[in-house]
Design a protein around this ligand. Structure first.
Ligand code: ADP
Length: 259
């Protein structure tokens, strides 16, 4: 049974998991799940044992992005066996709910579900567990930081002012939770016309780099707005897997090597 009240108590280590890295964003639709999926695949391609916990409870998109479906088994009725594709071990609330079913849980049930996904899933031995957080600064972020040890967070933003403003709030939250910020990723940084090669900065230019410098956190990557990034994710094989020689795939591989 998924959901239910959270356990009391302080941070606990997830058995077998070396490091936990959260991928966060201030607002939705900036590419946080896309980055999580590609980074997880890139870590796997670099030989790391990697898990992906889709904690974007209200809009779990990892099963589709990683091309995974079916209900995870629970042979003992207590623990859940995660699914696996592209070398990534995956658990998502989306695997336990029907695709068109809205999750309408209140806070405590949600926190119970998050804890189950951390502690009752048989993750096995992992070098890194990537957590795809919901957007914003809410219960899931707080619970995660309080119930386990987060090694660091990566913040995804577009160059647009509104997205940046929200990213700033997110960084402030991680500072308060004492979670180290590994850096910012600027997504949809620029668009390169596939016909003529003309570069256009659709959401503005330089905003994330300037912000990163102001806050003293590294700018980890600038990813283009690229139709192949979307179509490959929609097709269940992220660009890192399906177009490994492309510039975005190489950017993710470089990021994975440095993590
Ligand atoms: P979030 O997790 O922040 O809500 P998603 O990763 O789900 O955002 O991305 C929202 C939509 O934008 C998806 O359809 C995704 O495929 C697309 N997308 C994300 N990043 C890019 C990009 N760099 N280029 C093209 N499409 C992108």
């Amino acid at each position: 049974k998924i959901g239910g009240h959270p356990k009391p108590g302080g941070p606990e280590k997830v058995p077998g998991v070396e490091r936990i890295i959260a991928i966060a964003s201030g607002k939705g639709g900036v590419g946080k799940s896309t980055v999580s999926a590609n980074l997880a695949c890139a870590l796997a391609a670099e030989g790391r044992r990697v898990g992906l916990l889709d904690a974007d409870i209200y809009g779990p998109s990892q099963p589709r992005m990683l091309g995974v479906s079916g209900r995870p088994a629970s042979p003992d009725g207590k623990t859940i066996l995660p699914l696996r594709n592209h070398g990534v071990t995956l658990m998502s609330l989306g695997l336990l709910t029907q695709e068109n079913e809205a999750v309408v849980w209140r806070g405590p049930m949600l926190m119970g579900a998050l804890q189950q996904m951390l502690f009752q899933v048989q993750w096995g031995a992992l070098d890194v567990l990537i957590v795809d957080l919901p957007p914003g600064t809410g219960d899931v972020q707080m619970t995660l930081a309080q119930k386990t040890h987060l090694d660091g967070a990566i913040m995804v933003s577009t160059p647009q002012d509104v997205a940046l403003l929200d990213a700033r709030k997110g960084i402030d939250m991680f500072n308060k939770l004492k979670t180290p910020i590994f850096g910012l990723i600027e997504n949809m940084s620029m668009h390169v016309c596939s016909n003529c090669g003309h570069v256009e900065h659709i959401f503005g230019h330089g905003g994330v780099a300037a912000e990163a410098e102001k806050m003293g956190v590294p700018l980890l990557a600038e990813l283009p707005l690229d139709i192949n990034i979307r179509t490959t994710s929609d097709g269940g094989a992220p660009i890192v897997v399906s177009q490994p020689d492309s510039a975005p795939a190489q950017a993710f591989r470089a990021l994975a090597r440095n993590l």
